[in-house]
Structure formats: C-alpha cells, structure tokens
Design a protein around this ligand. Structure first.
Ligand code: SF4
Length: 276
C-alpha cells in the first residue's frame, strides 16, 4: 500500500501562547507576518539574552568562555552571580549516571502538528528529569502567570510524553539571572493530573486551529478576542482590527481578507511518512 506524506505544521510554545491570547493576532503574526520592527532597546536586550544562552551552552560543552566574559562586564556579572547562587547546576555530577545536555531539542506530534521544544539545559538521572530555562529579563513574573504560560505547560508535557519519566518525576525551573540582589528561581513540579489537563487543553486548541486554518483558506479570518478586551490595549494590530469601534472593525476585516493570501511559510511544514 502506498502512503502519502502527512504535512505537519511545526508549532512552538510562543505560537501557542499567541493563539490562546488572540487567534487573530496569531493570524497577523504568523500567517501574514505583519510584525512591527522591534525597537533598538528591545534588540539590545534580545542580543544580550542570546549571548548569555550561547555562553551557557559553550560552558556546558566544555568550550572556553573566558574571553567572552572578559569582553562583556554584564555577562560576566550574571555568570559569576549564577555560579555563586547555584553551583550545583554548573557542576556536573561525578557519577557518570547523569545525562546533561544544553539546547536539548525534542518534538512531539499531536494531531497534524509537530510541537517543538528546546530546553536550555536538561539534567536527568535514573530517578528524575529537570528542565532548566535561563531568563535574562530583570524581574521574575507572577508564578501563576508563568505556570499557565505555554512554555511551562508544553515543556513539561513534551518531556513526559517522549520519555519514560512519570510526570511526578519531572520538574521545570526558570532561573532569572538578572534579578536584583542575586539570581532567583521559580520551580514547577509536575503531576499526572496536570498532564491530563494539559493534554485536553492542547488537543482542544489544536482542533480549533485546524478549523481556523481551513476557514482562513476560504477567506475567513481567525476570531478576535471579545471587544473591549484588555489584550487589545497593548496590541500592535489594534488599528488594523479597529478594536475600539465595532462597526469599523467589520470593514477593516473585509479589506484585510481581500489583500491577504494564506501564507503558511512562517509556520514550517514538516513531511512525515505515516507508519504502515
Ligand atoms: S487588536 Fe485585539 S482582536 Fe485585534 S489582533 Fe490585537 S488582540 Fe486581537
């Protein structure tokens, strides 16, 4: 029997967050790539954040990092503070029974989507697995918000689904290296009840996405959040959506549909041959 390849759409935690916050925003951002350019301050922060991640990766691989640290006082102070606060994370266990890998990449197929995660550091032994994530923005956000962020949910979910670890033996810890005083962390333990709940939410969200994508190909836009929603207050697409005026919003909607062709380029497609 001949098999036809299934086209999977690759999705990350950031895309799930956006989809959940406002499907229309997801459409503008990923299908139409209408993002506004980031400001220089934002760019500088992002560059510094990427450099810290790279440094941590190089360190984990045993590559020299001193010259980078000497060239950048901020990176150096973050690294020193982190080494001082959490030496156990930077020092590999000497038992050879522990698996450690930075930028650890995993994928999981759910429906027609390939969910991808990249753990800044994964430390696992025969008892438990810890996912670690470095954050270089100054203040740890509210713990509850962070718990409901798709990064936390998806990262824990994918590891439980793609390994032999029970959810109860998996955790995820965010390290905020730039916190005032010294680096702070927020840790999330996982359990089977949470895992079941996340599976349900994820499947529901992805089923909705499938319907919205089909509708979009028939020139129907993704849904907006309810009018007057706070999400619109800070959204760069507020004008386009005309979120402050219901009547005009309808007109704007029609114009955008005429001009935009479905564009799935920004969501990578992956071909998978079904197993016979
Ligand atoms: S303005 Fe509101 S409805 Fe429009 S994309 Fe932004 S959040 Fe969604």
């Amino acid at each position: 029997m001949l098999s036809t390849p299934t086209q999977l759409l690759r999705l990350s935690q950031g895309q799930l967050n956006l989809l959940e916050a406002c499907p229309r925003k997801f459409q503008h951002t990923y299908l139409e790539q209408l993002n506004s350019p980031s400001n220089p301050e934002q760019e500088e922060r992002q560059t510094l954040g990427s450099r810290f991640h790279l440094l941590m990766q190089q360190r984990e691989m045993g590559l020299p990092i001193d010259s980078f640290l000497q060239a950048d006082a901020k990176l150096q102070s973050w690294m020193l503070a982190f080494a001082d606060t959490a030496p156990e994370i930077l020092t590999p266990a000497s038992d050879n029974q522990t698996f450690r890998e930075s930028e650890h990449y995993r994928t999981l197929q759910v429906q027609d989507y390939l969910l991808t995660v990249v753990y800044d550091l994964l430390i696992a032994d025969n008892q438990q697995a810890q996912i670690l994530d470095w954050k270089t923005y100054p203040k740890p956000p509210n713990k509850r918000k962070l718990e409901s962020n798709w990064q936390t949910r998806l990262y824990l979910y994918v590891l439980a689904e793609t390994s032999d670890y029970l959810p109860e033996n998996i955790s995820m810890t965010y390290w905020f290296v730039q916190s005032e005083g010294k680096p702070q962390n927020i840790k999330f333990n996982y359990n089977t009840a949470q895992h079941t709940q996340i599976a349900k939410k994820l499947n529901h969200l992805l089923s909705q996405l499938t319907i919205w994508l089909e509708n979009y190909q028939n020139n129907q836009q993704f849904p907006q959040v309810v009018e007057g929603s706070k999400t619109c207050d800070y959204c760069q697409f507020a004008k386009r959506c005309d979120a402050y005026d219901g009547k005009l919003r309808t007109q704007a909607t029609e114009e955008v549909v005429k001009d935009s062709l479905p564009n799935f380029d920004s969501i990578q497609e992956v071909s998978l041959n079904p197993i016979l």
